[in-house]
Write a protein that binds this ligand. Structure first.
Ligand SMILES: Nc1nc2c(c(=O)[nH]1)N[C@H]1C(S)=C(S)[C@@H](COP(=O)(O)OP(=O)(O)OC[C@H]3O[C@@H](n4cnc5c(N)ncnc54)[C@H](O)[C@@H]3O)O[C@H]1N2
Ligand code: MOO
Length: 391
């Protein structure tokens, strides 16, 4: 049986990142840079004042008073300071040529004809130097960076309005299957349940700044194949849930196995039955229907797959290490992902291991990974923990 690691490698081997394209900076949030962005200008662009006050030449301040020779406001061209004078200067305004320090208003009498200074400044005081943040040619955001508002601000600040990034948004089609499924708000007939996987998966997809479209299909392989074939024409990735195990109505497997999509068990719990392949060229990941299984499969397989398609240089998520608050058990030969409550380096189990326990999933904030070879782990053992708080 494939380990989760081997299955993930099989998926990632098959996927390549979307081609990079030139896109406007303002719509590039969350995209992955395909090239270093280097600044064509220094930042600050010119020496400027960090304070509202007076610019002067320190050597001219032999007493405490200087005549005031005009002002330099933000947005005005660089002035020249006449010898023996102070010049009003506003925060962000160019330092007048010849000045070598700034005295804030608070250390003066705020005079307009002449100014009296109560605290002698030091050389260079309150001057923000040209290029002290970034020099021409410095990297503002490196290749592989996922553009955050901070990166975007830095790129905008050096005057660049377009970036070369891997094309997004990715369009992901989330398809739930099962004759028993009803949407929240609908009446439940005997044997029916409310559908929750497509909402969960779509929101997890959107959390990665990709687009998600949801749909639900009943247990009819022909109808399902027709639907998935249609979705493949306008999707970068398809995710299905349900219908992949050994039942008599396992519709996803029935529809897709004949087309060469791989179905098989992965040595993990939850999430044992999985499927992966391509439908008319579009990658398709088939997740089990149990809600916790679908969630764990997203974290372990779908998120890395989507991140690889989006061009992330390190698509695989990283667990943290934490210490077990108490003993935990697991079946032999399967990596177990228990629901946990994590705080301050310690994790405890949240209810049972069942893959149907969606209430427990909502109450937890972490998945506790119990290695395949372990059946009992003592309190105090260090384990991998996958934090769920930021999903
Ligand atoms: N004989 C066997 N039976 C099962 C096996 C097995 O190896 N042999 N594996 C079990 C495991 S493990 C899992 S996981 C499930 C996976 O089953 P499917 O992927 O075929 O999923 P379904 O049968 O369609 O549904 C399972 C369960 O989840 C509920 N479900 C399905 N879709 C949704 C949805 N969109 N929202 C909320 N809940 C959903 C469904 O009602 C079922 O209760 O198979 C085991 N059986
Ligand atoms: O492996 Mo299934 O995903 O336990 O419930």
């Amino acid at each position: 049986m494939l380990s989760p690691q081997e299955y993930l490698e099989q998926i990632l081997r098959d996927l390549t990142a979307n081609a990079p394209i030139q896109s406007p900076l303002r719509t590039a949030r969350g995209t992955v840079l395909a090239e270093d962005v280097r600044t064509p200008i220094p930042l600050p662009i010119f020496d400027n004042s960090a304070m509202d006050g007076y610019a002067l030449r320190l050597a001219d301040l032999t007493g405490t008073t200087l005549p005031v020779a005009g002002e330099s406001a933000a947005g005005s061209a660089t002035a020249t300071l006449p010898p023996g004078c102070a010049m009003k200067v506003m925060t962000g305004a160019p330092i007048p040529i010849g000045a070598d320090c700034v005295v804030p208003y608070e250390a003066t009498d705020r005079g307009t004809v002449s100014v009296t200074i109560s605290e002698r400044p030091t050389l260079g005081a309150h001057i923000r130097r040209q290029g002290e943040d970034l020099q021409i040619g410095d990297v503002v955001a490196p290749r592989g960076a996922v553009l955050t508002p901070r990166h975007m601000a830095a790129i905008a600040a050096v005057g660049i309005g377009e970036v070369v990034a891997h094309a997004t948004p990715m369009r992901v089609s989330v398809v739930s299957t099962g004759a028993e499924l009803r949407q929240p708000g609908e009446d439940l007939t005997d044997g029916a349940i409310y559908e929750s996987n497509s909402l969960m998966l779509a929101e997890l997809v959107r959390g990665l700044r990709a687009e998600a479209e949801t749909s639900s299909v009943t247990d009819d392989p022909e109808l399902l194949l027709e639907h998935l074939t249609r979705q493949a024409t306008h999707s970068d990735l398809i995710i299905t849930t349900g219908g992949v195990s050994a039942g008599d109505y396992d519709v996803v497997k029935a529809a897709l196995a004949p087309l060469g999509i791989w179905f098989g068990p992965v040595a993990m719990q939850p999430g044992k039955p999985q499927g992966f392949g391509r439908l008319n060229g579009t990658p398709i990941l088939c997740l089990p229907g149990n809600p916790v299984s679908a969630y764990v499969s997203f974290v372990l397989f779908v998120r890395p797959a989507l991140r690889k398609l989006m061009g992330h240089p390190d698509p695989v998520g990283h667990p943290i290490r934490a210490r077990l608050a108490h003993e935990m058990t697991s079946p032999a030969g399967k990596t177990q992902f228990l629901r946990g409550a994590y705080a301050d380096g310690i994790v405890s189990q949240v209810r049972g291991p069942g893959s149907h326990l969606i209430g427990a999933l909502a109450a937890a904030n972490a998945l506790v990974e119990i290695p395949a070879e372990a059946t009992i782990l003592a309190a105090g053992t260090d384990v991998n923990v996958w934090l769920m708080e930021t999903d």
